[in-house]
Ligand binder design. Sequence first.
Ligand SMILES: Cc1ncc(COP(=O)(O)O)c(C=O)c1O
Length: 394
Amino acid sequence: MENVIWLSGHERLVDDIVRAENCSLFDSAGKRYVDLESGVWCTPIGHGHPDILRVMGEQASRIAHTGFCYACPEVAAAAEAILALHEMAGGKCVFLCSGSEAVEYGVRVAQAVSARPMLMTMSDSYFGAYGSAYRKEADAWFCFDWAGCTRCRQPDGCSEACERWAAVPFETIGGFLFEPGSSSGLVRFPPDNLIRSIVAKVKANQGLLLVNEVTTGVGRTGKWFGYQHYGLWPDIVAMGKGIGNGYPVSVTAIAPQVAKRLERHPVPYAQSHMNDPLGAAIAHTVLAVIQREGLIERSRDVAAMLMAGLEGIRKRTGVITALRARGLMVAVELRDDDRATRTTRTHRVLAERGYILAQRPGLNVLRLDPGLTIERLDIEGFLETFEAVLTNGK
Ligand SMILES: Cc1ncc(COP(=O)(O)O)c(C=O)c1O
């Protein structure tokens, strides 16, 4: 691994994973690890799902990649299926290569069609590794700090009586980019009232609602998409990660009313793998598998079992200070020092004992985002091991 640039700050817990199957990873000695993070939230239907392997082989043997002057029917079929899920019939999709790119494309669309190029978002949202939403320059973004809003009990939503609300320059804002739960990977969910108030105000000013579903999409939160927990109707949705189940495809979906405006203000954006049939066919298959296997309903049952187990561990050990979850997007916060010594050790020991979770370096939060297909036995095994590690340190 000396010749590979690794993600800075992250501890590499296992060096030789050679194979994966559903939610299990195997190293070169045959040791099994339960993948409780879906490899960076990316494999909702499990590693190596037979339908994905089949479509990869079949589509790649027909045609994997196209140019800008010709198209393949698989791309149109996948777009139609995605738009139907968002109730955006008559809209448009573009297939890209990463979550960051899908968000960036959505931002470019909003900037192209809106009279007011300033966008609003939450100060702790994460949108990608590059692009305008990564940089959040002060002249292009208004970032709202909602930390104080979690304790707000105003039943009717936000109003000018609130200082934080009154400070938002709504008259300059052309769109709201919303991440419906995750907030830099820490699994936070902005309050319903706040989001509905922002969306109502932005829409009243003819602004657009953009939603980043890169982590919350395709069943992760117990519904198809995270915005559905808020009863919203987005104009633009960015999807990535899980929609490719490990293959690097992402999608930006655009509602018909915005797609129409794009005809007059096209987005000057080109990259070599835009609308490649292989990625589109994989995304289409991921959605079909989730639907056919009833994975969202299944994931709700598994999530209930996992949360009941974690709640029990919280009561018995006194080490868990907070549990946050929606569907199979779960965060466990531990009592720890400011260097997160206990959390880092727990993360490492769990990996040694065969359970891979996510930890943002230096923070006292462990994250679980298993595949929607995870076996109940693996959840039981994890809960037993987790309690032992929290209690005995090993
Ligand atoms: C909420 C959110 N949005 C966007 C992205 C960017 O996706 P990608 O890493 O595929 O570019 C990430 C990546 O972690 C994310 O967590």
